[in-house]
Design a protein around this ligand. Sequence first.
Ligand SMILES: *Cc1c(COP(=O)(O)O)cnc(C)c1O
Length: 368
Amino acid sequence: MTHPFLDLAPLSAARFASIEDRVARLLATEQDVVVMQGEALLPLEGAIRATAGPGTTALNVITGPYGQTFGNWLRDCGATVYDLSVPYHTAVTAEQVREAFAEHPEIDFVSLVHAEAATGNTNPVAEIGEVVREQGALFYLDAVASVGAEPVLPDAWGVDLCVIGAQKAMGGPAGVSAVSVSERAWARMAANPRAPRRSYLSLLDWKERWIDGGRKALLHAPAQLEMLALEACVERIEAVGLEAVMARHRAAAAATRAGARALGGGLEPYVHQASEAAPVATTLRAPSGVSAADLVARALAAAPSAPLAVGGGALAKEMIRVNHYGPDATREAVEAGLTALGTALAATNGSSSVDVPAARAAAAAAWR
Ligand SMILES: *Cc1c(COP(=O)(O)O)cnc(C)c1O
């Protein structure tokens, strides 16, 4: 008997190319799109190593943990790196980026995370892109957590390297990812003697051996299971409509913020301004004196399927994450999360001020 996951026909080059084209349409881009055979960290690292070197001066914007990782890779490549860090409860502004260029006009590379699932903020990429373009720097964007939840428009925004993954708002699997690459970015890579070549990290290999060859021959056997899943996931977004998928994420974020405020007990949105809060996931600040990790553990013990997680590293003390993305971008998932948190909070500090029905009602109202 054939097994649906195991007995797969090899994935043809034509099928592979058609999946790339679908991803390009999702991003409304005319740039080359390379679908990478690995989790999003593969193109994120590959794109930095391909374009940065000892001659690079990078502005690395840090609005969460990924920005820190990018800074480390850039330094490892020999680049001079200026970090621009903003507190996790806010977003970076185009003005701050402009000031960084004024201080260091030699900056020729900007790395930015669009939305941070890990900290719940989202950055104004269109406005920042204008500044980066004016200055002629190369613009690298991590849009893994934003694609599917809010518009991601590399061409309109002047993004040279735009990395996405399927595992967040696209509602797909981890294990395949993609990057759109501008002509400028290809040129920078070709001129970089340290860009990975004949390497799994290499984007140039895909350019020279796949794209320039008319996408006839694949470099190696593709991860066919993941490629089929990526195709199905983009197909589903097309069927429902990207705008509808994004609207669900926006509604989930608004409902979570409103519900958390109405819940009481000292729970608050972690990101102060709603306009700076990511549609993909909402972070909440635990009430003072309450450990976020303990609260989430208690909530999940009672409601294991609630879309809750705790902030990473030192944030585990104070940050709760409501991961209302992909299949969990629903009113039911948001209400389940709020109910589980409210019940756990009432049990934790015996608070009479926790009002779960009010939270559910506020979430339902905000959803509409
Ligand atoms: C989720 C995410 C990634 C991918 O990393 P994983 O933690 O391995 O899923 C990359 N960048 C951002 C901003 C993300 O939110």
